[in-house]
Design a binder for this molecule. Structure first.
Ligand code: UDX
Length: 435
């Protein structure tokens, strides 16, 4: 099938490359010329394991092209809209500027019978509005809302072998469902569950999933706060409750909390949308989820100050991690970078190590110093903070690191090091939610 993908950011670039790998002829369209040039040369403009190979293979076979000109999308039977919906600069709601611009532009090139597929995360009610506008502009064209659940770092696998696919349709358009079934034929043949529902449910599935995940993380971090007060160990607690299959151990990783381009802004936008709809009570708890999450960053700063004897002013601090999570170069709402910047603002000399995210980090926090090497970041440090659990940081040897630091003090913000091993090597070891 001929497919277009409008918006080649994180989601769109991965989606375009994945669809080409399924045998489709794909054109990716983006307004950013340098992004388009990079993708057309087979080079992703961001770090994502597995994507360079997939992209190169599609481009070399001629199955995958990129353009800044939306007219190239003309003639595609299915148009995927993958543009971003960031947090509004003036409030917690979602900014739909890019979605609206993409749909307005598509009205000019979509033909009757074409299917437009929304993948962006939008406030509930948006799909119904966009469907009405599309029906008026191009009678006979169809809209499906098909939310995306990919995780950064696992985006290729999550796209080609998703846990489920969800289609939001307006009931009267089997042609739309059939077209999407044809696009995902091999994914569905592998047994992927497919849920066909209405627009509102499809939109809500996405934010409900992210809200649940955020709540699970903040729940365990709330238990970490209690452990800190009462003297308990949140890691043992998580292990113990996680054995209950109804609870499960995944996403009970206590520590510095969640960040990134999705969970924080999606829960805020959900609360804002519920307020607009007069249903604020239903998701008021998400405000608490957000607050618990942000308190972990403050606690990390506080523990670091304690370890430094009350103040970090004039201290040298080695920070391990800038990305919001490992296997990503994304620093949007990164807890690690937030903590590093707060410590620097309080007078510490901070050097940040990250294997992939230093360029992005330097663009938003130019006041910090960066390196890709952990030992270099920790040279002469009074204290080391582990804030993003890259494998190379988890596997650091306490004596190798001990040889370069000024004082053997470690604050493990992700609960990934073995306290006994580090203490045994003469380190003062502190963590969040553990004695
Ligand atoms: C998330 C959703 O998982 C994905 O389904 C959705 O499509 C987009 O948002 P992503 O932002 O890539 O994906 O990251 P994820 O792996 O979910 O982690 C989010 C944040 O939670 C990270 O900052 C991570 O460090 C943190 N986290 C995760 C914890 O603090 N503890 C955990 O146990 C798990």
């Amino acid at each position: 099938m001929k497919i277009s993908v409008i918006g080649c950011g994180y989601l769109g670039a991965v989606h375009a490359a994945a669809m080409a790998s399924l045998g489709h002829e794909v054109v990716g369209v983006d307004v950013d010329a340098s992004r388009v040039a990079s993708l057309a040369a087979g080079l992703p403009p961001f770090y994502e394991p597995g994507l360079p190979e997939l992209l190169r293979s599609g481009v070399e076979r001629g199955a995958l092209t990129f353009s800044t000109n939306l007219r190239e999308a003309k003639g595609a039977a299915v148009h995927f809209v993958c543009v971003g919906t960031p947090q509004r600069p003036d409030g917690p709601g979602a900014d739909l500027t890019f979605v609206d611009a993409a749909f307005t532009a598509l009205h000019e090139i979509v033909a009757p019978g074409d299917v437009v597929v929304g993948k962006s995360t939008v406030p509930v009610g948006t799909a119904a509005r966009l469907a009405a506008e599309l029906a008026e502009a191009v009678p006979g064209a169809h809209l499906v809302w098909n939310p995306e659940f990919l995780r950064e770092g696992f985006a290729v696998g999550d796209t080609l072998s998703p846990d489920r696919v969800v289609y939001g349709v307006d009931g009267a358009a089997p042609a739309a469902t059939e077209a999407l079934d044809a696009v995902y034929a091999s994914v569905l043949a592998a047994g992927t569950p497919r849920i066909v529902t209405d627009f509102a449910t499809a939109e809500l599935v996405k934010v409900a999933a992210n809200s649940f995940l955020a709540t699970k993380i903040s729940f365990i971090n709330a238990m970490a706060e209690l452990c800190e007060t009462a003297g308990g160990d949140v890691v043992a607690l998580a292990d113990a409750i996680g054995h209950d299959e109804r609870i499960g151990r995944r996403f009970l990783g206590a520590g510095l909390g969640f960040g990134g381009g999705c969970l924080p802004k999606d829960i805020r936008a959900f609360v804002a949308r519920a307020d607009e709809l007069g249903a604020e009570n239903a998701v008021a708890f998400l405000r608490e989820v957000d607050a618990i999450n942000l308190r972990r960053r403050a606690r990390m700063v506080e523990v670091t100050e304690e370890v430094c004897g009350g103040s970090v002013a004039g201290r040298t601090i080695g920070v391990l991690g800038a990305a919001f999570k490992p296997e990503s170069d994304d620093v949007r709402d990164s807890p690690a970078l937030d903590v590093a910047a707060t410590l620097a603002a309080r007078g510490a000399h901070v050097v940040v190590a990250d294997p992939q995210a230093t360029a992005n980090a330097a663009a938003v926090r130019p006041e910090l110093r960066y390196t890709t090497n952990a030992l270099e970041a920790c040279r002469d440090a009074d204290v080391v903070l582990l804030l993003t659990e890259w494998r190379e940081f988890r596997e650091l040897d306490p004596d190798d690191l001990g040889a370069v630091v000024h004082g053997r003090r470690m604050v493990d913000g992700r609960n990934v090091l073995d306290p006994a091993r580090w203490r045994g090597a003469g380190w003062t070891y502190r963590a969040l939610g553990r004695p």
